[in-house]
Design a protein. Structure first.
Length: 88
């Protein structure tokens, strides 16, 4: 049960993520690399590994205490930070 609470997504956080996902500008012609050594954050010739042809795949959940998943990439790509916590 704790595992599920740590990956819970509140309605408010869901709506914030969803709204930002609709607004984010993802280039349609992005260059990507299959090289695992590629530094996506520092190489302007490449984009994040989850960006493909105008779409981006991100993980979204509330900021739950003890969560084992990192949301930094989602926060950076969408410009939104979740606020709710299932354990508080």
């Amino acid at each position: 049960e704790l595992w599920f609470k740590q990956m819970w997504l509140s309605n408010e956080d869901f709506l914030n993520y969803f709204q930002k996902a609709l607004e984010v500008d993802v280039p349609a012609n992005t260059l990507t690399s299959t090289n695992p050594a590629c530094d996506y954050d520092n190489d302007e010739a490449f984009t994040h590994r989850n960006v493909r042809n105008g779409f981006v795949l991100v993980n979204a959940m509330s900021k739950n205490s003890g969560a084992k998943w990192n949301l930094e990439e989602t926060e950076r790509l969408l410009g939104v930070v979740s606020t709710d916590d299932s354990l508080k």
